[in-house]
Write a protein that binds this ligand. Structure first.
Ligand code: HT7
Ligand code: ZN
Length: 875
């Protein structure tokens, strides 16, 4: 595969003003006719008066049937089929092309382009899937107005595409025909088509200017009862975007379709969002609280793209974070407004620290605006999405909320209908406010996680307190030298009584330090006692911050910090320090010390009924094995598992009466509602249940069984089932799993939960069990959700079994990746991730993982997706 470079970007030679498509649907022989109105791009490089440059049309896996220019069939010498597309000789600056191609949706297992999911036609065109539908300049800076006609047999009564429906009827031979027109010019990656025997729920939304928008959510008949939550979430998101960003919806109709086979979560196609069923369908009986919250945030995310992505789109794929980082920031703020702000932040930061920091320290590390790629699908990463969102959040912190809104207003107004760059976004923020973000821009181009070391000094005589901050960013592949970044560090100072100290003459008790140099000292006056600093409040920048807190100081912050995020963070730091000492003791063959500081801290937390239960649940959760792996210089999987198990057991045994009391108080038998309060209550209750069951005491396991048998909602049922599977007797777990499956076998989403629960179980999810699950009739290698649940659950969420000392987990994953690459390269490429960080493991495991990777590399011709991941990891 070839590497594409940002520096090679050139404006398109030709533009497409109109695109008219006709689809004649058939599983093995779909005919696609396209009629394109093309003209020379006035801003393209001047061809110096010489003849016009050729027109390049991307095309992959297409059978070209015919091609005509202005009504005349083109002679063979005017065009040439090449790998990846078609090159056409151009004779005039404006012309119309008619191209006919044939495709086979049924054979398309890559789930890019047009494919079938449970007999329903659907498309996925981002990033480069449209070229699997027809020959086209498949790049985001070619924006066109689309009209789409779909012809299909009567067994597909629902025929959908982007925009508004303008015509429908029946063909002479009795097939159905529908035409859709999208008045907004868009790039091909936002094109969508759906055809199937679907049902829908309908609602309506009145926009801020009084326009009525029809909202429709389509699904297979069996799932029609699972649409309400997504519909409510959509209406909340539409209103929120009007209030917070002044953005109104623009078409008369907004449609969502749920499909079972989908490579990612959802897709923001103009007016016709397509969703992975797992990210849109929910009912109390079948979906957990986490699923309800995930749906709310993904529905909002895709809706928000209508402005941040669709109306203003990306010039090229190097600018992907322009739409994704900004939209993740928007959906995070939406979720924070709808639920607990602190808990949402904790969840996002946990993901960032666990997985994005790991990505940024590994072979695939890349800047938020990458300089190059081989396969763009590999760059839908945590760095582009989550770190990209952190960059937007930092701009918000640096400028303030009002100035940020002025900047976003200018950005949307200035670039509406255009394909633009990350630079355009920053310039709009600057221009709207007279701000200078010159140094800040480095966040877009510099990869790696910065480390900030903090030292402090107190001068009692002068009543002065100073903080010295030093920043450095470790080298990343291809970027040896790093420059200082502009890092906003939000802080506060606590007095001995836990109260916030005043930091300036205005009476502020918190402030943002602007770290712009390698080393900088910030001094505070009139500080009458030695304070305890609360640093990087709300995780104001995506960095690793180091300050030598003692255990007592962390316990103090856990109780007194005014910043809820930092109370949690103090607890995390305490847990990380404890777990790191336990790992050291394990490696040295010593007896492990009882984690007394954690037990004391947790005891206080459990007895404080004033605190938000959702926050308490987060504080009681020890850092995951994956997060611990990210901490040290070398990963010792056995030590991590041993330290974590020991700490959890010790806490469970020491605090059993408190866990029980809290469990009983929270176990209120109310009808299910996915409200923030109820989710918080269930979250803490089930955290207590898990700790109780860790003791493996009969009475605790009986509580889990009772909760399971009450069968009140999937949150409680699956938490109880997980506890029984992890800590109960194996025979009983087998029986319970079997009865659960029998009850839910018709429900795809619940079966996915059932798969994931087993494959990710530290005790139960052995490799043998995972192989059994793959042989189960409900498992489908062609369904990414099932693969993610079983193979992903094992390789990404089952640290214990995946890192079995004999290396069998790594070999198994290599086998699955090789097999999947033939079916679905995007999924194969994502699944290989756990093997890519082999250099960070101890020598023994590193050797095993390296040989598994090498075997993939030597297994024959790899897709571009997998090749890029494997070759960069082995380099
Ligand atoms: N913008 C969407 C990205 C996406 C995607 C990318 C590659 C392959 C398949 C895909 N499905 C969806 C989703 C989003 O970020 O909103
Ligand atoms: Zn997105």
């Amino acid at each position: 595969p070839q590497t594409v470079y940002l520096n090679d970007y050139q404006a398109p030679e030709y533009l497409v003003d109109r695109t008219e498509l006709t689809f004649d649907l058939d599983p093995q022989s779909t005919l696609v006719k396209s009629h394109l109105k093309i003209r020379r791009n006035p801003v393209a490089a001047d061809s110096g008066g010489r003849s016009l440059p050729p027109l390049w049309l991307d095309g992959v896996d297409l059978e070209l049937l015919s091609i005509a220019e202005d009504g005349e069939l083109l002679p063979a010498q005017r065009y040439q089929e090449e790998p990846g597309g078609l090159s056409l000789t151009v004779t005039k600056p404006e012309f119309e092309l008619e191209i006919q191609t044939r495709i086979a949706p049924e054979s398309n297992t890559s789930l890019e382009g047009l494919y079938l999911s449970n007999g329903m036609y659907c498309t996925q065109c981002e990033a480069e899937g449209f070229r699997k539908i027809t020959f086209y300049p498949d790049r985001p800076d070619v924006m066109s107005v689309f009209t789409t006609t779909i012809v299909a047999p009567a067994k597909y009564p629902v025929l959908l595409s982007n925009g508004n429906k303008v015509d429908s009827g029946t063909t002479d031979d009795g097939r159905l025909r529908v035409t859709w027109e999208d008045p907004f010019a868009k790039p091909s990656y936002l094109f969508a088509l759906v055809a199937g025997d679907l049902q829908y729920v309908e609602d309506s939304f009145t926009t801020s200017t009084g326009r009525a928008v029809t909202l429709q959510l389509f699904t297979e008949a069996r799932n029609i009862g699972k649409c309400e939550h997504a519909m409510v979430s959509l209406k909340h998101a539409m209103r929120w975007d009007e209030v917070v960003y002044g953005r109104e919806y623009d078409l008369d109709i907004f449609m969502i379709v749920a499909v079972d086979h989908f490579n990612m979560g959802a897709m923001e196609n103009k007016g016709l969002n397509i969703f992975n069923s797992a990210c849109v369908l929910a009912s109390p009986e079948t979906a957990t609280d986490a699923a309800f919250q995930r749906i709310e945030s993904i529905v909002a995310h895709e809706y928000f793209h209508n402005w941040s992505g669709n109306r203003v789109t990306c010039r090229d794929w190097f600018q992907l974070s322009l739409k994704e980082g900004f939209t993740v920031f928007r959906d995070a703020e939406f979720s924070a407004d709808m639920n607990s702000r602190a808990v949402k932040r904790i969840e996002d930061v946990t993901l960032l620290r666990t997985a994005q920091f790991a990505e940024d320290a590994g072979p695939m590390s890349h800047p938020v605006r990458p300089d190059s790629y081989m396969e763009i699908s590999n760059f839908y990463t945590l760095t582009i999405y989550e770190k990209g969102a952190e960059i937007v959040r930092m701009i918000h912190t640096i400028l303030g909320a009002d100035a940020f809104r002025r900047g976003s207003d200018l950005y949307f107004q200035r670039h509406d209908g255009c394909a633009v760059t990350c630079e355009d976004f920053v310039v709009a923020m600057e221009d709207a406010n007279g701000a200078d973000l010159k140094q800040f821009r480095r966040w877009y181009s510099q990869a790696g996680t910065p480390i900030i070391e903090v030292e402090d000094e107190y001068d009692a005589e002068r009543a002065q307190y100073s903080l010295t901050l030093r920043q450095r960013t470790p080298a990343t592949p291809g970027q040896e030298e790093k420059l200082p970044l502009h890092i906003p560090v939000a802080i506060g100072l606590l007095g001995a009584d836990g109260k916030a100290l005043v930091l300036d003459k205005f009476g502020s008790t918190d402030t943002v330090l602007h770290l712009t140099e390698e080393s900088q000292t910030f001094t505070f006056q009139d500080i009458d006692e030695r304070p305890l600093p609360s640093l990087l409040r709300g995780f104001s920048a995506p960095v690793k911050l180091r300050y030598g807190y003692t255990g007592e100081q962390l316990q103090f912050l856990m109780q007194h910090d005014a910043d809820a995020f930092n109370r949690w963070d103090a607890c995390q730091r305490l847990a990380l320090n404890t777990l790191s000492s336990l790992q050291g003791q394990y490696r040295a063959g010593e007896t492990l010390d009882t984690p007394s500081a954690l037990i004391d801290g947790f005891s206080v937390l459990l007895q404080n009924s004033e605190l938000d239960p959702a926050l308490v649940a987060k504080m009681l959760a020890l850092p995951s094995a994956q997060e611990l792996a990210e901490q040290g210089d070398e990963i010792d999987a056995a030590a991590i598992v041993a330290a974590r198990d020991f700490a959890r057991q010790s806490i469970a045994v020491a605090l059993k009466p408190l866990f029980l009391a809290r469990y009983q108080a929270l176990d209120q038998r109310k009808p299910y509602r996915p409200t923030a309060d109820d989710i918080a209550r269930r979250g803490l209750k089930n955290t207590c249940l898990a700790y109780l069951c860790m003791t493996q005491d009969q009475d605790a396991l009986a509580l889990a069984r009772t909760q399971f048998e009450r069968d009140e909602n999937m949150t409680d049922v699956s938490a109880a089932l997980a506890a029984m599977v992890e800590y109960g007797p194996k025979d009983a777990a087998e029986q319970t799993l079997e009865s659960f499956y029998r009850q839910w076998q018709q429900d795809t989403q619940v079966v996915e939960t059932w798969f994931g629960l087993q494959s990710s179980s530290a005790g139960f999810g052995t490799l043998d069990r995972v192989r059994e699950l793959m042989a189960h009739p409900a498992f489908e290698m062609k369904n990414p959700n099932k693969v993610r649940a079983v193979v992903g659950g094992f390789a990404m969420r089952n640290f214990n079994q995946f890192h079995h000392e004999d290396g069998s987990g790594y070999e198994f994953l290599a086998d699955q990746v090789i097999a999947l690459d033939k079916l679905n390269p995007q999924i194969a490429s994502r699944l290989v991730t756990p093997l890519t960080r082999w250099k960070k493991y101890r020598k023994h495991e590193a050797g095993q993982i390296h040989s598994a990777l090498k075997r993939i590399s030597d297994s024959g011709e790899l897709s571009a997706d997998l090749y890029e991941m494997v070759s960069k990891s082995l380099a």
